[in-house]
Design a protein around this ligand. Structure first.
Ligand SMILES: Cc1cc2nc3c(=O)[nH]c(=O)nc-3n(C[C@H](O)[C@H](O)[C@H](O)COP(=O)(O)OP(=O)(O)OC[C@H]3O[C@@H](n4cnc5c(N)ncnc54)[C@H](O)[C@@H]3O)c2cc1C
Length: 306
């Protein structure tokens, strides 16, 4: 495919931590990079992250994205708001549909993330912003030490999350809102001293820094924190339309260089791996960006040495 010099060579779909890290790497490899972003990075939800390497006092999700965007654009990456509507094969490259135009691209990195299944609670978004309802015990379980914690789940993932939180607190309650048969790990819950409540939640009240009331069928209980263990849906549609290989969990299958099963199509971050962490997204993005650059060098007749 002949490529005009002013067209982007690499399209990154998604300007979260994975996409922006890859954009910095590729721009510093002197590639023309366009980052298209739908504006829904999960990092926007992070009230204050304490496990981000290099930020001992913590950093908000918005600040992480701002710094990463500044770094990528400093080296010439272009970030454009908009949803990539479709991706189709065009010779060795792709055609991407973005904001009403068709872009011809040599390689694509999908850094499209996942969508959280939030519990159906009034005011849930505000509660997440205040870290009263949380999504990720790996991120912030440390901040649950000795707290009264409720985990909302609809299958055994809820048990696994509650068990994980026992590292931090001996007051962990699982509120199972799914069908009875979806919960099988009863012995494990008893062994770990996890209290079980089976009932759909019908109300939640937040006051100050506590979830003052969760209620079901007229019963009210108060907790310091609530974790949602209702899972996520990967944003893998663009890859699926190209028949990329997808795992049972809906995440994209990649090799050691973050290449999907479709030549020229790479993926990094939450859309690939269940360990949804910024450090992981950044590492995968660095691997993907380097592999993309080397693949393009090879296609252009440069010798690649591993
Ligand atoms: C409440 C909360 C707290 C968290 N706390 C931490 C923490 O303390 N530490 C930590 O390491 N991690 C934390 N995480 C997880 C972290 O936010 C994610 O692991 C990280 O954002 C993943 O980065 P990503 O780039 O893969 O995806 P995302 O950041 O989700 O970015 C994906 C982007 O792709 C865009 N997109 C999707 N499809 C398209 C399309 N077709 N066209 C254009 N754009 C598209 C989306 O709009 C989005 O902007 C937390 C998450 C949540 C929800």
């Amino acid at each position: 495919m002949a490529h005009a010099v002013n067209e982007p060579e690499v399209l990154i779909v998604g300007a979260g931590p994975a996409g922006l890290t890859a954009a910095t790497y590729l721009a510093r490899f002197r590639r023309r990079v366009l980052v298209a972003d739908g504006g829904a990075s999960r990092a926007c939800w992070i009230p204050l992250s304490h496990n981000m390497p290099g930020f001992p006092s913590g950093i908000t999700g918005d600040a992480i994205l701002k710094r990463m965007t500044e770094q990528a654009t400093e080296y010439g990456a272009v970030v454009e708001g908009g949803q990539v509507e479709s991706l189709t094969r065009d010779g060795d490259g792709f055609i991407a549909r973005l904001n009403g135009r068709d872009l011809r691209i040599r390689a694509v990195l999908l850094a499209t993330g996942v969508v959280d299944h939030h519990p159906d609670l009034p005011g849930v978004e505000r509660a997440i912003e205040r870290a009263l309802v949380r999504i990720c015990p790996i991120c912030d379980g440390y901040e649950a030490i000795d707290k009264a914690v409720a985990v909302i789940g609809d299958d055994d993932k809820g048990v696994r999350e509650a068990a994980f939180l026992r590292t931090y607190s001996d007051r962990v309650t699982l509120i199972h809102v799914g069908p009875a048969e979806a919960l099988t790990e009863h012995e494990e819950m008893a062994r770990l001293g996890i209290e079980l409540i089976r009932a759909p939640i019908d109300n939640v009240r937040l006051e100050g820094d506590r979830v003052t009331a969760l209620s079901w069928g007229g019963t009210f209980r108060s907790f310091d924190l609530v974790y949602s263990a209702l899972g996520t849906s990967p944003n893998a549609d663009l890859a699926e339309a190209l028949d990329a290989r997808v795992g049972e969990d809906g995440r994209l299958f990649v090799d050691a260089h973050q290449a999907t099963s479709v030549k020229g199509l790479y993926a990094a971050g939450d859309v690939v791996r269940g360990l949804n962490q910024i450090a992981v997204a950044g590492a995968e993005a660095a691997i993907a960006a380097t592999a993309i650059h080397n693949a393009l060098r090879e296609a252009d007749g440069w010798t690649v040495r591993d």
